[in-house]
Design a protein around this ligand. Structure first.
Ligand SMILES: Cc1ncc(COP(=O)(O)O)c(C=O)c1O
Length: 376
C-alpha cells in the first residue's frame, strides 16, 4: 500500500479519496442549487476539516458537543437537530447554531421563544413515513418511530415562527428512493411547503457510491426547488467519507477450536467496527476475501475484547496467517471512528492521514489517559 510503516491498529484517511468525494458533492451542490452540509455524526475527524472547508461551508450537529466542534473546527454556526434538547444544554446550543430543528411539537413549544429571541431559524423534523431502508435499526420511518412529526400533528399548518422542515428517512440510499420521499413529502406535507423557507432532506444520500445516478439527483432536486420555491439542504455523513480509508490491524494470535481457526487481531469489532455486528456489515479486506474460495485457508477474524460475539465469520486467505500479519479493513472511515469505545480498556486505534503527496501523518495517538479520563 505504501513505503512507510503504518502503526497498528490505525484508522488511515486517504486525502485524495476524500477530495474526490468532496469534488462530487460540491458539483451536486452547484448544479442542483442546494446547500450540502456535513453530518458530523458520520464523520467528525476534525484534522481533515481544513480540507472539507475548501469545498463546503457548513455542518449539522446532533448534540452540544457536535455544535461546539462545528464552532471551533468548521468555524461556523451549526444546523442543529437533536432528538431532544435538555434544559442544561439548550442555551449553549442556541448560541452555537444558525438553524435548530425540533423533533416534537412539545419541544418546539418549550424552546421556541428562546430561539426566536436569539434569531435562530426554527425547523421541525417531519416524518413522511416513506423509506427504502430494510434494516429496522436504521429505518427512521418505521410505524412507531420516535423520529419526526407525522402529518396528523401538523394538519393546521406551520406553527408560529417555524421557518423550515427537516426530513431524514434514508440510509445509503439512491436518488430513486429520494424521489419517492419527495413525493411523500409533497403528498403529506405539501400544505406546509408554501410557507417554509427551507427544507432539509437529511442524510442517507450516497451520491459518492459507484453507480449512483448523480444526474438524476441533480434533476429531481432542481425540479423540487423550482416547483416549491424553497431552499434545499442535504446533510449526508457517509457520502463524504465513503471509501476514503481503512483500518489497519495486526494478527496477535491464531487459535483453533473444534476445527475452526480464528485470527485474533489487535482491534475489536464491538469497540472499533460496531456496524459489523449491528448491521451486520462485512467489510472488504486488502489481504483476504469475504467468501472463502476453493483452496483458500479459512479464518474467522476475532476481536481482542472478551465479548463472545466479537468476531466475524470466516474470510478466505491464500496463505496461512502468522502472528504479526496485517489485516486491513477497507472503507472504515465513516461511522467507525465516531462510534468507538474503550470497552475492556482495549487500545484505541491511532488516527492518521495519507496526504495526496504521499506524506503520512499520525494525527492522534491514544493511551492510558484517554481510557482513564472517560471514567472516574
Ligand atoms: C438527522 C440525520 N441527518 C443526517 C444523517 C447522516 O446520514 P448518512 O450518514 O447516512 O448520510 C443522519 C444519520 O443517521 C441523521 O440521523
Amino acid at each position: 500500500m505504501s513505503d512507510y510503516t503504518i502503526p497498528s491498529p490505525c484508522f488511515v484517511l486517504e486525502e485524495d479519496k476524500l477530495r474526490s468525494n468532496l469534488e462530487l458533492i460540491q458539483r451536486v451542490s452547484h448544479e442542483a442549487g442546494v446547500e450540502i452540509i456535513l453530518a458530523f455524526k458520520g464523520f467528525s475527524m476534525w484534522s481533515a476539516f481544513p480540507i472539507v472547508k475548501e469545498y463546503i461551508e457548513g455542518a449539522t450537529a446532533s448534540s452540544l458537543n457536535e455544535v461546539l466542534l462545528c464552532n471551533e473546527h468548521m468555524r461556523t454556526l451549526s444546523h442543529t437537530y437533536c432528538v431532544a434538547y435538555s434544559p442544561q444544554d439548550i442555551d449553549e446550543i442556541i448560541k452555537g447554531s444558525s438553524h435548530l430543528t425540533f423533533n416534537s411539537l412539545s419541544q418546539y413549544k418549550q424552546y421556541k421563544d428562546k430561539c426566536l429571541a436569539a434569531g435562530v431559524s426554527i425547523g421541525l423534523r417531519i416524518n413522511p413515513q416513506e423509506s427504502d431502508v430494510e434494516t429496522d435499526l436504521y429505518n427512521p420511518a418505521s410505524p412507531h418511530s420516535r423520529l419526526g412529526i407525522t402529518e396528523s400533528e401538523l394538519s393546521t399548518g406551520l406553527p408560529d415562527g417555524v421557518e423550515g422542515l427537516h426530513s431524514h428517512v434514508l440510509c445509503e440510499s439512491d436518488s430513486y428512493a429520494l424521489e419517492k420521499v419527495l413525493q411523500a413529502i409533497e403528498t403529506k406535507f405539501g400544505h406546509l411547503l408554501a410557507n417554509a423557507k427551507w427544507l432539509n432532506l437529511g442524510g442517507g444520500h450516497l451520491m459518492t457510491r459507484e453507480g449512483y445516478d448523480v444526474e438524476h439527483l441533480i434533476e429531481i432536486l432542481r425540479a423540487f426547488k423550482t416547483k416549491h420555491q424553497v431552499d434545499i439542504l442535504l446533510e449526508p455523513g457517509s457520502a463524504f467519507a465513503w471509501e476514503t480509508g481503512f483500518l489497519k490491524t495486526s494478527v496477535l494470535d491464531v487459535v483453533e477450536r473444534n476445527g475452526v481457526r480464528t485470527a485474533i487481531i489487535d482491534a475489536s469489532f464491538t469497540c472499533h467496527m460496531p456496524d459489523c455486528l449491528e448491521m451486520p456489515y462485512r467489510p472488504k479486506l486488502v489481504e483476504g476475501d469475504r467468501e472463502v474460495k476453493d483452496g483458500q485457508r479459512a479464518y474467522r477474524l476475532g476481536g481482542v475484547s472478551c465479548l463472545a460475539g466479537d468476531y466475524l465469520e470466516a474470510y478466505g486467505f491464500d496463505h496461512e496467517l502468522q502472528v504479526g500479519d496485517s489485516i486491513t479493513f477497507l472503507d472504515m472511515i465513516h461511522y467507525t471512528m465516531v462510534k468507538t469505545s474503550t470497552f475492556n480498556g482495549v487500545a484505541h486505534p491511532s488516527i492518521a492521514i495519507v496526504y495526496s503527496d504521499g506524506r503520512f501523518e499520525r494525527v492522534k495517538e491514544f493511551g492510558y489517559a484517554d481510557f482513564r479520563d472517560r471514567l472516574s
